[in-house]
Design a protein around this ligand. Structure first.
Ligand code: GCU
Length: 422
């Protein structure tokens, strides 16, 4: 067979597997959760048992980090050759009725191939305090202009691109229930947001218009087994926002938080794991391939997620489709990679697709790594009832209601951050 034919055959087979897995069954019955054994985060591949934080950092942590890169999200390149320029294009010292200073900063990314891409950061800094303040960094789904009714917020550049995905919903303020800016600002936190499509449109067809357009060797349709996907690229984008915030005079560099909901929760965790400048990582309903344990195979599973969103992961992740038992790692080890920084997981009661119990257990099983640092993980294996936040060195809550971000979630996050920092 000629190479082209082999390639076509491979594509056809992959498409057939994907089509099959789109229909792979989804389990919502606790009694049907398979018996599974979780890998021990403190046991190295060569069998060595980790006993100290130092051993964890020099031996086991790098090993796990490599595994998640090579087999799930794809490896983040050390050097992309991409340059970033920042321009403050709007500055309002009296935003939100005087509560905040609002800055809108255009990021211009330029690749070695000379191509450029714009992204827009919206930043609110509380006016009440003259001291440096902590900041919560979080991507939005539909553009900066949808996170608030403030009329001067410039629509995110990707608005036009993503219209092609069929989203009509990009109206001003349309997502504002998810953004408790006032609450955060009144409690002394800055908030920074950007639209994730600005970094990389969330579709295999349009991805090439994002950061991949600046990477001449990147071909979404023909990636190497371990090559990064959209989650990896968005996570890289979070780090570029961190670069900017590190230079912002009013921001306390030692208290940067990354928060994300759902697919962006998966992204926040992967970003927080890799970039130690994020001192707290808040996962809101991140579910499968986020906080939730894969081996429970409850709600969304690896077969479904890799079939529906193949562009989010590296191709090597497909081997675990309908085969979670063979995963050499699980998501509790991803959360453990955040230690000794703070991990927080939030679930919603009606969000079975994201497996709230699996999200809780995952954080629980990250506990032994926190203990190496003399820090306290979750003490109880039993998931708490709704509206009973568990705040230790890590945090968890489950609230009533659906898959969403609500003012209650924000309130819990702020309570937790206050507790660890004040
Ligand atoms: C889908 C997907 C989830 C994801 C969610 C979201 O439901 O299956 O994995 O978290 O979209 O991002 O809203």
């Amino acid at each position: 067979m000629k190479r082209f034919e082999i390639f076509s055959l491979a594509l056809l087979t992959a498409a057939l597997i994907a089509a099959q897995n789109k229909n792979s069954p989804v389990n919502y019955d606790e009694s049907k959760v398979p018996a599974f054994e979780l890998p021990d985060p403190l046991r190295c591949e060569n069998g060595l048992q980790i006993e100290t934080a130092r051993q964890w950092e020099s031996l086991r942590r790098p090993e796990l980090l490599r595994m998640f890169g090579e087999q799930e999200y794809g490896v983040t390149p050390q050097r992309t050759g991409i340059k970033v320029k920042h321009d403050v294009v709007a500055l309002n010292p009296n935003a939100m009725g005087g509560l905040a200073t609002q800055k809108q900063v255009r990021f211009t990314f330029t690749g070695k191939n000379g191509k450029s891409l714009d992204a827009m950061l919206l930043l609110y800094i509380p006016n009440a305090s003259k001291r440096r303040v902590p900041v919560i960094v979080s991507y939005n789904f539909h553009g900066n202009q949808t996170t608030t009714m403030e009329p001067n917020v410039i629509p995110s550049p990707s608005k036009e691109v993503v219209k092609r995905l069929g989203s009509e919903a990009w109206v001003r303020g349309e997502q504002s229930s998810r953004w408790s800016y006032e609450l955060a600002l009144k409690r002394g936190y800055a908030v920074a947001t950007m639209n994730y499509h600005d970094i990389c449109p969330d579709s295999p067809e349009l991805m090439a218009l994002g950061i991949p357009s600046l990477l001449p060797d990147y071909d979404v349709w023909n990636r190497k087994e371990n090559e990064w996907g959209a989650i990896g690229i968005w996570a890289w984008g979070y780090s570029r926002i961190a670069d900017y915030l590190q230079k912002e005079k009013r921001i306390d560099k030692s208290r940067m938080v990354v928060l994300g909901h759902s697919r962006l929760g998966k992204t926040a965790v992967w970003a927080g794991v890799q970039d130690k400048r994020f001192k707290a990582v808040l996962s809101n309903d991140s579910g499968c391939s986020g906080a939730a344990l894969s081996k429970r195979v409850f709600g969304e599973n690896v077969g479904r997620i890799t079939a529906n969103f193949p562009h989010w992961f590296c191709p090597a992740f497909n081997q675990y489709s309908e085969n979670e038992a063979s995963l050499p790692f699980d998501q509790h080890e991803l959360l453990a990679l955040i230690a000794p920084r703070h991990a927080y997981v939030a679930s919603a009661e009606d969000d079975s697709w994201a497996d709230p119990k699996g999200e809780y257990l995952s954080l629980y099983y990250a506990g032994p790594v926190y203990r190496l640092y003399g820090m306290q993980g979750l003490p109880n294996i039993e998931q708490p009832a709704v509206h009973q936040p568990q705040h230790y060195d890590v945090g968890y809550h489950i609230r009533a209601g659906k898959h969403d971000v609500t003012p209650y979630d924000w309130q819990c996050y702020l309570d937790f951050l206050d507790a660890i920092w004040h």
